[in-house]
Design a protein around this ligand. Structure first.
Ligand code: UD1
Ligand code: UDP
Length: 375
């Protein structure tokens, strides 16, 4: 029996790690599965844990108001050590590129505990975009013994960086596993009823590097688009970061076809996504989920670590400038042909079996004791 600790702390990590927790727990003879949440997010993390019905074994509760990167990193480093000491894991699984991911992996490195990186190999190779996530994911890659890459392109990035081929496994993204359990035909919600006499524009935005002027531009553009297209009903489940809220409230004030609502739980959000006409976002995870649902996404960023969606034709980068976002929205809202081109999605992020594949790989390789030797 091998002990695996899954360490995560923000909403997107939880969405993509909970399916893996569920999968590993189907194999109690092979794995003792320990869940440690850092609590980098609180309400938005708890929403996901509730949907997946997962009670953490450890909760480091690091979140505080207006937390800085220092607060989160130091808080996790100080508290995660005890978890490692008590649970004595054979492997710690971390996900993606957040401060939680980086700090947990660093603690493992200091303690010589093997790390498995879920959603490995995503890259922009620009340390400022996204900041600080590009650094986090590269740093975690450096200390990981297993790299679970969602796509072949991610595998190629890792190979170019000199990672050993036998440490990389292309599994698809566990986000698609999650979607399989959340989207329902018979779903309804008052906001969807409100939007049903028009086209639903679903908005999310929160990137740290967009806070300030870029976000003002993004929101002004969205307001202009909504005001020039009377059939649009926009719903924006707004991130809990107070800095985001201040900008959104200022820019969208008095616009009754843009509804600012509290963050949806992941099951609600996936169902909104499945019914949206168009998605405008700077989120990472939504760039994976939307193609799986055949939804065109305008990504309000200049770069993406998810070029597969751009190649597949379902993602288009708009940058953060007002006129460019307006132009791309207008194009999709006025040309059925342009819209259909994007909506004919080919999902490049897997078939919803990533968790199962990761569990099978761990079963095989951990029994052989490979975690200790293949870095
Ligand atoms: C972090 C991740 C980012 C991810 C995003 C997902 C890092 C460096 N960044 O963003 O990759 O895309 O989470 O949403 O790890 N807050 C609450 N309640 C919550 C969550 C957040 O009140 O449930 C507030 C807190 O006041 C906090 C602020 O939001 O200070 C920002 O949260 P934080 O995790 O620090 O966000 P980012 O680093 O921007
Ligand atoms: N999400 C959610 N509720 C919302 C908005 C998003 O559950 O109101 C989910 C979404 O489905 C995706 C994840 O949160 O799985 C994305 O998180 P976020 O955009 O905060 O972070 P990122 O993916 O950019 O790191």
């Amino acid at each position: 029996m091998k002990t695996i600790v899954l360490a995560f702390g923000t909403r997107p990590e939880a969405v993509k790690m909970c399916p893996l927790v569920k999968e590993l727990r189907k194999h109690p003879k092979d794995f003792r599965t320990v869940v440690c949440v850092t609590g980098q997010h609180r309400q938005m993390l708890d929403q996901v844990l509730k949907v997946f019905d997962i009670a953490p074994d450890y909760d480091l509760s690091v979140m505080k108001e207006n937390q800085t990167l220092f607060d989160v990193t130091i808080g996790i480093l100080a508290r995660f050590d005890r978890v490692l000491e008590e649970s004595r894991p054979d492997l710690v699984l971390v996900h993606g590129d957040t401060t939680t991911t980086f700090a947990a992996a660093l603690a493992c490195f200091y303690r010589h505990v093997p790390v498995g990186h879920v959603e490995a190999g995503l890259r922009t190779y620009n340390l400022d975009f996204p900041f600080p996530e590009e650094f986090n994911r590269q740093a975690v890659g450096l200390v990981s013994r297993f790299h679970f890459a969602p796509t072949e392109n991610c595998r190629q990035n890792l190979l170019r960086e000199g990672k050993k081929p036998e440490t990389i496994f292309v599994t698809g993204n566990t986000a698609i596993d999650a979607l399989k359990t959340t989207v329902r035909e018979d779903y309804s919600h008052p906001e969807l009823t409100w939007a049903s006499d028009g086209k639903l524009l679903l908005i999310t935005a929160h990137r740290r590097e967009n806070l300030g002027e870029p976000m003002h531009h993004m929101f002004r553009a969205i307001r202009k688009v909504v005001e020039t297209h009377p059939d649009i009903r926009a719903v924006y489940p707004i991130h809990m970061n107070p800095a985001v809220r201040r900008i959104a409230e200022a820019e969208f004030e008095g616009c009754d076809r843009i509804h600012l609502i509290e963050p949806l739980d992941v099951s609600d959000f996936h169902n909104f996504l499945a019914r949206a006409y168009l998605v405008l976002t700077d989120s990472g995870g939504i760039q994976e989920e939307a193609p799986a649902l055949g939804k065109p996404v305008l990504v309000m960023r200049d770069t993406t670590e998810r070029p597969e969606g751009v190649s597949a034709g379902t993602l288009r980068l708009t940058g953060t400038e007002e006129h460019k976002i307006c132009r791309e929205c207008d194009r999709l809202l006025t040309s059925e042909e342009e819209y259909q081109k994007m909506a004919k999605a080919v999902n490049p992020y897997g078939d919803g079996t990533a968790s199962r594949q990761i569990a099978a790989i761990l079963k095989e390789h951990l029994q052989q004791g490979e975690a200790d030797v293949i870095l």
